[in-house]
Write a protein that binds this ligand. Sequence first.
Ligand SMILES: NC(=O)c1ccc[n+]([C@@H]2O[C@H](COP(=O)([O-])OP(=O)(O)OC[C@H]3O[C@@H](n4cnc5c(N)ncnc54)[C@H](OP(=O)(O)O)[C@@H]3O)[C@@H](O)[C@H]2O)c1
Length: 323
Amino acid sequence: MRYLDIDTAPKISRIGLGTWQFGAREWGYGEGYAGQEAKEIVRRAIDLGVTLFDTAEIYGYGRSERILGEALGERRGSVFLATKLFPLLPVAPVVEQRAVASANRLGTHLLDLYQVHQPNPLVRDGTIMRGMSALQRVGLVGEVGVSNYSLQRWQAAEDALGHRVLSNQVRYSLADRSPEEELLPFAAAHDRVVIAYSPLAQGLLSGRYDRTSRPANRVRARNPLFLPENLDRASDLIGVLREVADAHRATPAQIALAWVIRHPAVTAIPGASSVEQMESNAAAADIDLADDEYGALSAAAGWFRPITGRSVVPAMARARLRH
Ligand SMILES: NC(=O)c1ccc[n+]([C@@H]2O[C@H](COP(=O)([O-])OP(=O)(O)OC[C@H]3O[C@@H](n4cnc5c(N)ncnc54)[C@H](OP(=O)(O)O)[C@@H]3O)[C@@H](O)[C@H]2O)c1
């Protein structure tokens, strides 16, 4: 495992573990997964040096936090535990009460990273950050983070807090490179962190799926990347992933992760449907892509133009009917 060069204790692993899948029905992994496999994934991840574990109060309405907390057990102290507040009512007393509830579900006295899940479109961050600041003062929260924030709003959140907002958790993968424009340069220049979510584009970049074999669950039924048209469009990118993977005796998913974390300010938090997937994802931290490989993957990502926006609506409706 490799770690970010940022002053946290413990250090943040370059590959973490996303736990939306734990106990969230929309992934469709079932009770056996939530009751047993999820905990084995966590224990094995710790064995392999993974320190960053990401959850949220809304994942399975608290169930993900509970499963993660139980799985960590006595090894809680060796990980960097991150959860998120959903800012429906972003006033300081509510923020404080919600942090306590998350900590209780996680069975911990310290949230190493407490993130605002998404910007509230109506309320600016001053009130949330007053709550965050109080939580830091009493020692329940270590670092404050945000998620799905623009650079401008990230900086405004820092101004409101009065010191660093360590991280911004955003979608970043070969299928969506928008953080490269502003967030990555800012993070690199100011010792901040971009936490890449959906780094495998929810499994698209594993190369397992095409128009004849599409994943059947609610999350991906709602994700336009899994439309047959877009799976066709992704085939060249998957082809380049396979070529680079062959050269490293790796898998396309591992190469997709190695590409994401090649930037020094990035850590990725792939979810996993099995222990084997998590093991393979953790091993991706040690893959070094050559410049020409990185360039070829970036170029292939540039040519990948999925249909998006309004034009996906009829295609999504057709796909649902066929499903
Ligand atoms: N802040 C936010 O708004 C936000 C939004 C989304 C996610 N997140 C966080 O980010 C985490 C990861 O994102 P995500 O779950 O959306 O997408 P992801 O990590 O890109 O995809 C996860 C899925 O990819 C497949 N997969 C994982 N490892 C694999 C491997 N080695 N080989 C082949 N397939 C593999 C698995 O699905 P199958 O095996 O079923 O194909 C797995 O469930 C979440 O758990 C959550 O913590 C945050």
